[in-house]
Design a protein around this ligand. Structure first.
Ligand SMILES: NC(=O)c1ccc[n+]([C@@H]2O[C@H](COP(=O)([O-])OP(=O)(O)OC[C@H]3O[C@@H](n4cnc5c(N)ncnc54)[C@H](OP(=O)(O)O)[C@@H]3O)[C@@H](O)[C@H]2O)c1
Length: 295
């Protein structure tokens, strides 16, 4: 099986490359080699490479920047996926596309999770672009899988763990404030890559939620990470309204992996198990990077 992997320099894409290359032929062009916003480039590459599967891990993922950079967001998060979906239809290949918990408003009361068939209701420009990407994929690619995930952490990208470590390890930093009213499921990109492999090996189609099991607040997540890494900086609770950001975030980000479970495909473990494994493998490196100001 030949897989065309796009976004392989990113946090999720790099782990997908590592996982899938063990069993499949993976072609992973850089953005310079294959820019998904160009229809001509997409078509030329699909014709020449003839993949069985396109795995799209590309994204404009800076949620706050999405509020002001409408043109780039539209190109990368909507028109790019549409090009891939139309190309997949033309060359008869499958398209696997990544989407997000931000397609929902997050207004459901915790711990009620979001299901795959809940109505979407985004509250940010990023969320709206992911909804539009889903529509573009569904309307154009006859054979597609949409994977919605959330709260990703991985060694090849800047994420929540990097940012709390960078803040805590700043010189003279006495304490940290972290929101306690945003709830979700921390998900390791390496595990998500294994889950994507599980999905692409089956003859299935549709939209699937794929996050780790269990949930926590951002505050609980930060405290868990600090305890594990023996970081002594105290963490104080605050609320999202104390910490205004350009983009509104959903408060409830819990996704239920209902369709994967129904099909016997769910391999996602409890979030603590995976965060333990991630920090056992990479904790020292993460601290070193944060101290060097590289995260
Ligand atoms: N991060 C999260 O917490 C999260 C949560 C839920 C869903 N997701 C979704 O998961 C997917 C992957 O997210 P991520 O956090 O791994 O992304 P990321 O680390 O920001 O990586 C984005 C990738 O997209 C590439 N790219 C950007 N524009 C491109 C273009 N025009 N043509 C080709 N490649 C382009 C980048 O290449 P360069 O490095 O060369 O720019 C990079 O490899 C996205 O669809 C995202 O919406 C992410």
């Amino acid at each position: 099986m030949k897989i065309l992997l796009l976004g392989s320099s990113g946090m999720l894409g790099s782990d997908c490359k590592e996982v899938l290359s063990k069993d499949y032929e993976v072609i992973a062009p850089s953005r310079k080699e294959l820019d998904i916003i160009s229809w001509d480039v997409v078509i030329e590459n699909l014709q020449r490479l003839a993949p069985d599967i396109i795995l799209n891990c590309v994204g404009f993922t800076d949620v706050d920047a999405c509020e002001t950079e409408a043109f780039a967001v539209r190109k990368i998060n909507v028109e790019g996926p549409r090009n891939l979906a139309q190309g997949a239809a033309r060359f008869n290949c499958r398209l696997i596309h990544l989407s997000s918990d931000y397609v929902f408003s997050g207004k459901k009361s915790v711990p009620q999770p979001y299901f795959e068939d809940d109505p979407v209701d985004p509250i940010s420009a990023y969320g709206r672009s992911k909804v539009e990407s889903e529509v573009a994929v569904k309307e154009n690619a006859p054979n597609y899988i949409i994977v919605r995930s959330a709260w990703l952490c991985g060694i090849n990208g800047n994420n929540f763990i990097d940012s709390i470590l960078a803040n805590a390890l700043k010189k003279k930093q006495k304490s940290l404030r972290v929101v306690d009213d945003q709830i979700g499921s921390p998900t390791w990109t390496y595990r998500l890559a294994l889950q994507i492999k599980e999905l692409l090996e089956k003859d299935i189609k549709g939209t699937f939620h794929a996050t780790s099991e269990g949930y926590c607040s951002r505050l609980e997540f930060a405290r868990y990470v600090f305890k594990k890494l023996k970081i002594k900086t105290p963490i104080e609770p605050c609320s999202m309204s104390d910490y205004p950001q350009p983009a509104q975030r959903p408060a409830n980000c819990i996704l239920e992996n209902r369709l994967m479970k129904k099909n016997g495909l769910n391999i996602m473990p409890d979030w603590k198990k995976d965060i333990d494994e991630y920090l056992d493998q990479f904790g020292k490196e993460l601290i070193k990077r944060a101290r060097a100001g590289k995260s």
